[in-house]
Design a binder for this molecule. Structure first.
Ligand code: ZN
Length: 754
């Protein structure tokens, strides 16, 4: 099944080292590429994943001045925090060498302050300048005058004044946060220095280089049209918008010292550096080069320091490595317009051409352009955008201190903002973990493992001798189909859809076991009836489904997948298992004699909201704390109730509840609710309809004919369009096991329960 392996470069947007990552970043930029990288590796491809901290620019210098520290202190701090948080989330930034061998690639989470990155960026700067792709212009900029020789140019973020549009008096140099207007800094009224409001400021001339983006208009239109069948509609739309406006030269240099210095002689270039937009995107190539020089070469890659070219260059046969860029929607034009323009420009300069010759799409031996840019929309927090500056966020490091990383990976994958913005809220998080991840997947696996542990032990585990070919054939067909669907969805970057197919496979496993009822045959007496054999053969097939699930959940849920892999007695790392062996139904069975532990712990919403509330009050010292989390408010109300121990129910109140015995006559799917059944009940009278949330636990066949206990005098109420006339009683162990309450032997329907 495995075809010749392919070179895949996974480019992950560089997080800005000015604060911790929040869940919005994770959903949009950092989780999808890790899922993709894990999937590509499992398929046998050679994957290099690159990213790192973006450490230059004015937001960092502003933070440093406010804190009274050096910019280097800020970036050192957040580089460490963010890298550790990504590792804790299970993102495969370590080890740097693929465990299958260095020729398979690896990953590097670097930083733009790396001296080698700076050198390569400066070399590219010189190349582009020499090729005539820069244009020199004189511009005007505010300057803070100072008597003691400490005068400086003020970047837009360092200037405040009165908005020329709405008269708001704390408008920024280039835009007003009050009315949203954007303008040139020199249009601002009563401008002042943000850091030294009393300092004298004036406008001075300053020379800068501009990249000739205008020369790339045609070639970029061609690139966008070549990719139109693979790019998502949001990517196409935003790229078109930029191209339709017409590309103009864009400033490459600025008056700032915190950045990469210009490789130029002469006093007029002192105190200037390149813009972050120009250098941070080049990190995708510099990081690959640095990985090759500092890691691949030393680990014995046959191509040594040139090994990065396997992932970057179109080969002599015209074969292009597959380049996938992962980023949030605000970053799309940088990756579909600006970065390709730089790549084409560097190729142009490398070929010894100048600005009088037309720029062209890359050919053999040149740097390749993006294959796809599966950019995400936003994950919102209670309907509002996550924001570092407004402290409206759930931070990744603190989340991972409190929760199993796989729960976050599950929730963000099933709720991924692929085609539209999605919302994070705590009640939904808890609901999806408890009723999907645990109820469908965790419980199925745990059931197979615990039932297996009750079987007689043999050399290769309890399941081996129970298998029956016809049972395997019967159950495997649907799982083969689902495997194909999971694979196709992941190839198309439809992560949500892929994970839904994975969960369908787990649910199918549940159905098989529920129908086979193997627990009936696990008693002390040996039962050699055909029914018993078939039931235990289905249980045995459950081991194979678990192995299948370990492999297909691995890209999404690497920690629990490995735990499951070990419980099954499989050797090594599930991350190194062949993707296509998931549905190899002949694999030798193994077993681990250790007592199986549940994969996940159930979450308690009230506890979480309480914790969240105390977190928020601890963290927020400003007047506008982060309390507007959906569900947070709800929890706040609940918490105001004093805990008074057991709340006793008045006996007369209890006597008002009328309980009766009914018999289920038929069961239908609820037309508007995935988890509900519409149950028709013989209640000893005219009959009634009850909507019941037990679909995950019982099949319609199992329910039909069952005698149950129900509340007969409950006010009828509509549930998603179907009126429910009562409630059936069930026991819930809190771990996802739910059993209906029934009577001990036959009794006529309508009997009162007392
Ligand atoms: Zn304004």
């Amino acid at each position: 099944m495995t075809v010749a392996s392919e070179y895949v470069l996974i480019c992950v947007a560089w997080p800005y080292a000015n604060g911790p990552l929040h869940l919005g970043h994770v959903a949009g930029c950092y989780l999808p590429p890790d899922i993709q990288a894990r999937f590509e590796r499992a398929k046998g491809n050679k994957v290099l994943m690159v990213s790192g901290s973006d450490e230059h620019g004015t937001p960092i210098t502003v933070s440093a001045e406010i804190e009274g520290v050096e910019p280097q202190d800020i970036v050192d701090r957040y580089h460490e925090i963010n890298k550790q948080a990504l590792l804790d989330l299970g993102c495969s930034w370590e080890p740097n060498v693929d465990p299958r061998g260095i020729e398979y690639g690896g990953s590097l989470f670097n930083r733009t302050s790396d001296s080698r990155h700076k050198t390569i960026v400066q070399q590219n700067f010189t190349k582009l300048l020499d090729a005539g792709l820069f244009e020199r212009r004189t511009t005007q900029q505010y300057y803070e005058v100072s008597s003691n020789n400490k005068g400086r140019f003020l970047p837009d973020r360092y200037v405040e004044g009165i908005c020329p549009t709405c008269d708001f008096d704390s408008a920024r140099g280039d835009q007003c946060d009050e009315c949203g207007a954007t303008y040139e800094a020199i249009e601002l009224k009563s401008p002042r220095s943000k850091m030294n409001p009393d300092a004298e400021i004036e406008i001075r001339d300053t020379d800068h280089f501009f990249y000739r983006l205008d020369l790339f208009q045609k070639v970029l239109e061609q690139h966008a049209s070549d990719r139109s069948s693979v790019w998502k509609s949001n990517v196409k739309a935003m790229t078109k918008q930029w191209l339709d406006m017409g590309l103009r030269p864009r400033a490459v240099t600025r008056d700032l010292t915190w950045g990469i210095q210009l490789p130029l002689e002469g006093d007029e270039w002192k105190g200037k550096c390149v813009y972050v937009w120009f250098e941070a995107v080049q990190g995708y190539t510099t990081c690959a080069q640095i990985w090759a020089e500092s890691i691949a070469d030393k680990s014995g890659h046959p191509d040594g320091k040139d090994s990065w070219m396997n992932w970057w260059m179109i080969d002599e046969n015209g074969k292009t490595p597959r380049h996938l860029y992962f980023l949030g929607k605000d970053n799309i034009p940088f990756h579909t317009v600006i970065w390709p323009a730089l790549i084409i420009g560097i190729n142009h300069a490398n070929a010894g051409k100048n600005s009088t010759e037309p720029v062209e799409l890359p050919t053999a031996g040149e740097l390749a352009l993006a294959t796809n840019v599966p950019a995400m929309e936003y994950l919102m927090l209670a309907g509002g955008q996550f924001s570092k500056s407004r402290k409206h966020a759930v931070w990744l490091p603190s989340f991972l201190q409190r929760f199993d990383p796989d729960t976050l990976r599950y929730y963000l994958s099933i709720n991924m903002p692929e085609n539209h913005d999605t919302d994070f809220n705590w009640p939904d998080f808890v609901e999806k973990i408890n009723s999907e991840l645990i109820a469908a997947y965790g419980n199925f696996v745990h059931r197979i493992l615990t039932l297996g542990a009750r079987l007689p032990k043999t050399k290769n585990g309890p399941f081996v001798d129970l298998e029956m070919e016809n049972i395997t054939a019967k159950h495997s067909e649907k799982l083969n189909q689902l495997h194909l669907e999971i694979t196709t969805s992941l190839e198309r970057h439809r992560y949500k859809e892929a994970l839904r197919y994975v969960m369908n496979a787990a649910q199918y496993g549940n159905q098989i076991i529920q129908a086979a009822t193997p627990w009936k045959y696990l008693g002390e007496k040996f039962d050699d009836s055909d029914a018993a054999k078939e039931s235990l053969a289905s249980l045995s097939f459950g081991w194979r489904i678990c192995r299948y699930l370990a492999i297909v959940t691995q890209p999404f849920l690497p920690f629990s997948a490995q735990k499951l892999w070990q419980s099954l007695g499989q050797p090594g790392q599930v991350a190194e298992a062949d993707w296509f062996s998931a549905n190899d139904w002949q694999v030798d069975m193994t077993w681990n004699d250790k007592n199986p532990e549940p994969l996940f712990k159930r979450l308690e919403l009230d506890e979480i909201l309480k914790q969240e509330q105390s977190f928020v009050s601890k963290e927020s010292t400003d007047s506008n704390p982060v309390t507007n989390v959906k569900g947070g408010k709800k929890g706040g109300k609940k918490m105001n109730k004093k805990v008074e121990g057991i709340q006793y129910l008045d006996f007369n109140d209890f006597m008002k509840v009328e309980l009766k015995v009914g018999k289920i006559t038929s069961v239908e799917e609820h037309p508007n609710a995935d988890k509900l059944y519409v149950v028709n009940l013989d209640d000893g009278g005219q009959g009634r309809v009850i909507c019941a949330g037990i679909k995950q636990y019982y099949t319609a066949e199992q329910l039909t004919g069952m005698q149950v206990v129900f509340v007969s005098n409950l006010q009828p109420r509509p549930l998603r369009g179907v009126t429910s006339e009562g409630m059936m009683l069930a026991a819930d162990d809190g771990n996802g096991q739910v059993k209906l309450i029934t009577v001990d032997g036959e009794i006529s329907t309508g009997s009162t329960v007392r």
